[in-house]
Design a protein around this ligand. Structure first.
Ligand SMILES: [Zn+2]
Length: 173
């Protein structure tokens, strides 16, 4: 492998050298985090890939993939999108299906915050593409002028990825 494709950095928080593009993400959709602790059990159902709130809000986890400038790898952020009930049921019925890529893409509203650069990331229109072999779906943001959408089309810098890593792993702002 050439140098340009090997992403590594020294973390400023723990001084460790991290190799490979870090996988970051959120364990639940935004809405989940706004629910008071004492109501969580009653109102929500959460797995590593799906979330239902109050039996009317349906979310799935996908990969917001962003080209990494100067590298062959992509940066992938685990994010959530809301689906219609109908599409959510379809998603669930295809969950264990190995070959599912050819299913029609689904419309979803982006439902995650992405620290730190991008305000108002909730409710960006997105398209969810199912992938084979249990790989989480690909999230395609509507190509607008929104900073996050621009990032997906133009790429993210290594410096930004490292900053995000230090925030999501060590809480450094
Ligand atoms: Zn570290």
């Amino acid at each position: 492998m050439s140098d340009i494709s090997t992403f590594k950095f020294t973390c400023s928080c723990c001084d460790e050298i991290h190799r490979g593009v870090p996988n970051l993400g959120s364990n639940a959709p935004n809405y989940y985090f706004s629910i008071p602790d004492e109501e969580i059990k009653k109102r929500t159902f959460l797995t590593s890939d799906t979330c239902v709130i109050d039996d009317v809000h349906f979310f799935v986890r996908g990969c917001l993939e962003i080209p990494l400038i100067g590298h062959e790898e992509v940066f992938s952020f685990g994010a959530w999108v809301s689906l219609s009930k109908e599409n959510f049921e379809k998603f669930e019925s295809l969950y264990d299906v190995k070959e599912r890529r050819d299913n029609e893409p689904m419309f979803g509203w982006f439902s995650s915050w992405v620290w730190p650069f991008y305000t108002d990331t909730e409710n960006i229109k997105s398209i969810i593409h199912l992938r084979n072999d249990g790989i989480r779906p690909y999230i395609e943001l509507e190509p607008t002028e929104h900073p996050l959408a621009l990032l997906q089309s133009e790429g993210i810098s290594s410096e930004q990825v490292i900053k995000m890593y230090e925030y999501y792993v060590h809480g450094k702002k």
